[in-house]
Design a protein. Structure first.
Length: 560
């Protein structure tokens, strides 16, 4: 039997699955799963795993489950559960009726633990956590057996039942697998399977349990109970695979899933550790999990990234077993490419400089036609108001400049985008001597085209002073100035102090007044922006810069 896949880029897992199906090792449809811990928001690294697991299921006409690994209620809550479901849906994937929790299996996991005890494969240990570490040994020295390792089956069964009944305090006892304290793999040196946790309310099971199973015990059994054929995880779990297989082999689960590993996503100028992201939120170094500077899916969504751009990014970086550092520029290039095709064009002036057209009627007003997308006439046009006073970007004017400066200078002419040619005749300064206004004249015969033989210095964008929407614009940049903040002794030392600039008094064309949150536009000559979903003032919406028009960091790196 020959198995065909979709046109998605081929990688080593495709080949493994195809061989499994063709050989009959996996007789039916493949089943994968995405198993997040509900102890924080998902980040771009999780997006790679989501796209991989759901994508493989699509490629081979299989199924992908969403299962929460909710075995540590101290750090988990429903907010994280709900945010994870929202993120997976937003990325475009559907688990249908296959939403599971590891806590769904708590009773079965307990029964399987009893089976291990009865078979002499697990025991109750009274060593403290520190004593267990001391007995564990090192990479070069074998561990030592616990003095409680040879307890009888009956005693272990009794103690385990009493652990469940709540008779013992936290940390006083654990259930451990009886494997090999001399194993070269530290994970096989009698790992803990259950620990005691009093005083917590689980978001799914409430106060029903005071003992909770460990991840390395829970995960393989959950996979087996759900009929997972290919348990796909990142490379840091490669050393855990022998324990995964040991658990599967020593309990009477209905099937024998296999674990496969791929390299995790390491993205430059950010951190992916859930612990470090939690630190950023907890120490108020960012404005929450959905701060647009965060690598969380919620943060990227609020910033203005599209699900299509993230799926394209995950496709481009590929799936391998080799660790590497992916440039932030690749992610930014994906959103640029996506928005260049779909985003309507608008004009926005971020640092306004007032222009008064002295020869234009004071009460005059006209509405000029402008294309929504210069390369896509099917997207139609919009009307832009024009009047005697307009704003241009402060940086689009210089009193004197070389010929290379293709914008407005004193005595020079430029074209206003979609409008007229204007000439700067006079500069008005404030009390501090700063330029506060330009007096200009417009040529009424230049709407739509330059007179033959006439040359202007360039074309600049503008906004009507009378009609423009005053707003706040957030200029987001990379959260870290260090390419690899994880390499620092304290990753917080690499934070970028200029990762957020808030610009007040920006002016946008009136078509942007009532756009819905999250809708993206290209501000011509400036960058891509979207209305911030966290804007509190509906009359003065804030806009977030999604990405610049070009990769300015690449130029900085080249100069360095």
């Amino acid at each position: 039997m020959t198995i065909e896949t979709t046109s998605r880029p081929e990688h080593f897992l495709h080949r493994i699955i195809r061989e499994d199906l063709e050989s009959g090792r996996v007789p039916g449809p493949i089943v994968t799963r995405f198993p997040p811990e509900p102890n924080g928001f998902l980040h771009i690294g999780h997006a790679k795993s989501i796209c991989l697991n759901f994508g493989l299921a699509e490629d081979f006409s299989g199924r992908c489950n969403l299962r929460f690994d909710d075995t540590n209620p101290h750090k988990e809550n429903l907010e994280f559960v709900e945010s994870i479901q929202a993120d997976v849906r937003w990325l475009g994937y559907d688990w249908e009726d296959r939403l599971y929790f590891a806590s769904d299996y708590f009773e079965q996991l307990y029964v399987f633990a009893q089976e291990l005890i009865r078979n002499g494969d697990a025991y109750i240990c009274d060593l403290t956590a520190e004593e267990i570490r001391e007995h564990r040994g090192t990479l070069t020295e074998p561990g030592r057996n616990s003095p409680y390792r040879e307890r009888s089956v009956d005693e272990n069964m009794d103690l385990f039942a009493r652990m469940r009944a709540g008779e013992f305090p936290d940390g006083s006892k654990v259930l451990r697998a009886k494997i090999d304290m001399a194993s070269p793999n530290m994970n096989m040196r009698d790992p803990a399977l259950y620990r005691i946790r009093h005083g917590v309310i689980h978001h799914q099971t409430g106060e029903a349990w005071c003992i909770y199973p460990m991840y390395d015990y829970t995960h393989p059994i959950s996979d087996a109970l759900e009929g997972i054929t290919h348990s796909i995880c990142t490379l840091e779990f490669e050393d855990h695979r022998p324990l995964y297989d040991w658990v599967i082999q020593h309990v009477s689960v209905p099937c024998r899933p296999h674990q496969y590993e791929f390299s995790r996503l390491n993205l430059a100028y950010t951190v992916m550790s859930k612990r470090k992201l939690t630190t950023l939120v907890g120490e108020n170094l960012v404005a929450g999990w959905d701060d647009p500077r965060m690598p969380t899916i919620a943060g990227l969504r609020r910033r203005g990234y599209t699900p299509e751009s993230i799926r394209e990014f995950c496709s481009r970086i590929g799936v391998t077993r080799s660790d590497n550092l992916v440039e932030m520029g690749m992610l930014e290039d994906c959103i640029r490419g996506d928005l260049n095709e779909r985003a309507h064009r608008r004009m926005g002036v971020l640092r306004p400089l007032r222009i008064v057209l002295t020869n234009y009627p004071e009460d005059g007003e006209e509405w000029l036609s402008a294309a929504n997308h210069p390369q896509k006439p099917e997207l139609g046009e919009r009307k832009i108001p024009f009047c005697r006073e307009v704003y241009i970007e402060h940086e689009d004017f210089m009193e004197t400049a070389s010929k290379k400066f293709k914008r407005l200078v004193l005595g020079g002419e430029v074209r206003l985008r979609y409008g007229y040619v204007i000439r700067c005749d006079e500069i008005v300064r404030d009390a501090a001597g700063e330029i506060s206004e330009l007096r200009c004249t417009y040529d009424p015969d230049t709407l739509g085209a330059d007179p033959e033989g006439r040359k202007v210095r360039g074309v600049i964008h503008w906004v009507s002073a009378r009609h423009g929407v005053e707003t706040e614009v957030n200029l987001y940049d990379r959260l870290f100035v260090e390419e690899s903040p994880d390499a620092l002794e304290d990753f917080r030392q690499g934070l970028n102090p200029d990762s957020l600039q808030v610009l007040e008094g920006c002016r946008l064309e009136p078509a942007l007044a009532d756009v819905p949150a999250g809708e993206a536009f290209q501000f011509e000559r400036v960058g891509y922006f979207c209305r911030d979903s966290g804007s509190a003032d509906a009359k003065r919406p804030a806009f977030n810069r999604i990405v610049t028009l070009r990769d300015s960091w690449a130029k900085i790196s080249a100069q360095e």
